[in-house]
Design a protein around this ligand. Structure first.
Ligand code: RIB
Length: 309
């Protein structure tokens, strides 16, 4: 039986410009190409998990406009159940404006639109999907009240609650109390802890500071430095798989998808970290958010090649 995962979160249409470099404030530069690509942290994590073999349901909102339908169609094409994604007649579909430079780095501005109208009642309506799920994935591109409600419901239902606190913002203690795995990246960790995360030693200290706030498991994604798993019993570093990045957009979402699928399949956390690293690395080798997310065969092949090396 395959793993069952629910994602409560955002759907955006990404308008992606390839550019030699990210412009400074006040500067105009000429970009290369414009791509219109399905994205949004929630939908990316849903598609990532589905491509890795999980049964995935998505809870969210899009507008009844030119971007909403294609985003739902893309979820369906990837086997994600979108019965719980409403088409909101009073809001526009979320849009992300993304610049990607020649080193594959990005800068992103999100216009949330319908995503910020997702309500606790929308989550309650999706209880049939939540019943029997092993993992619940949450991010912060939805109202905090809704994220908190989903986390507390997931906790009551005995589902592993995984929170990717992106984009970063201070987190209330009642949310941290309902989370099983907190998974920020470096900049989110810096905001949450007030510490810079320049070295692995910094990352370890920051992870311990997050554990001290009551979360049982902290997973830090560290880009080309891999990821860090922190629990009361200790901290472990998992080096990244070496790849040449084209676009790092959604690498973190791919990591979350890999981590969630492996955990939902009952694999140990250490193995789930390697699944996350493999999915994240592969996602950087292609342009765009959802088009870059790897399938299960690609992740298993990368894991096997690393095991042989
Ligand atoms: O994590 C990447 C995502 O962040 C993009 O797809 C964009 O939509 C923003 O939500």
């Amino acid at each position: 039986m395959s793993a069952r995962i629910v994602v409560v979160g955002s759907l955006n249409m990404d308008l992606v410009v390839r550019t030699p470099r990210i412009p400074s404030p006040g500067e105009t530069i000429i970009g290369r190409e414009l791509h219109t690509v399905p994205g949004g942290k929630g939908a990316n994590q849903a598609v990532a998990a589905a491509r890795l073999g999980a049964e995935v349901s998505m809870v969210g909102r899009v507008g009844r406009d030119a971007f909403g339908g294609p985003l739902l169609a893309n979820l369906a094409a990837n086997g994600v159940d979108h019965a719980w994604v409403q088409e909101d007649p009073d809001a526009a579909t979320g849009v992300a404006l993304i610049e990607v430079d020649d080193a594959g780095r990005n800068s992103i501005v999100v216009v949330s639109g319908a995503n910020m109208r997702l309500t606790p009642a929308d989550v309650d309506a999706a209880q049939p999907a939540l019943a029997g799920a092993q993992a619940l994935l949450l991010q912060l591109e939805s109202p905090l009240e809704t994220v908190l409600h989903a986390a507390q419901l997931g906790r009551r239902l005995g589902i592993a609650v995984i929170l990717n606190p992106a984009p970063a913002r201070p987190l209330p203690p009642e949310l941290l109390a309902a989370v099983d795995v907190l998974a920020p990246n470096e900049s989110e960790t810096a905001l949450l802890t007030g510490r810079s995360v320049d070295t692995l030693a910094d990352a370890e200290e920051a992870a311990r500071a997050l554990l001290d706030r009551g979360v049982p498991t902290v997973v830090l994604t560290l880009g080309e430095r891999g990821s860090l798993l922190a629990r009361r019993e200790g901290v472990q570093h998992f080096p990244a798989f070496p790849v040449t990045p084209v676009d790092t957009t959604a690498a973190g979402d791919a990591f979350l998808g890999g981590l969630a699928v492996a955990l939902a399949e009952g694999r140990p956390l250490e193995e789930a970290m390697r699944w996350g690293n493999a999915a994240g690395a592969l996602a950087t080798t292609r342009l765009g958010a959802q088009p870059s997310l790897p399938d299960r065969a690609a992740v298993l092949a990368l894991l096997a090649s690393a095991a042989e090396a």
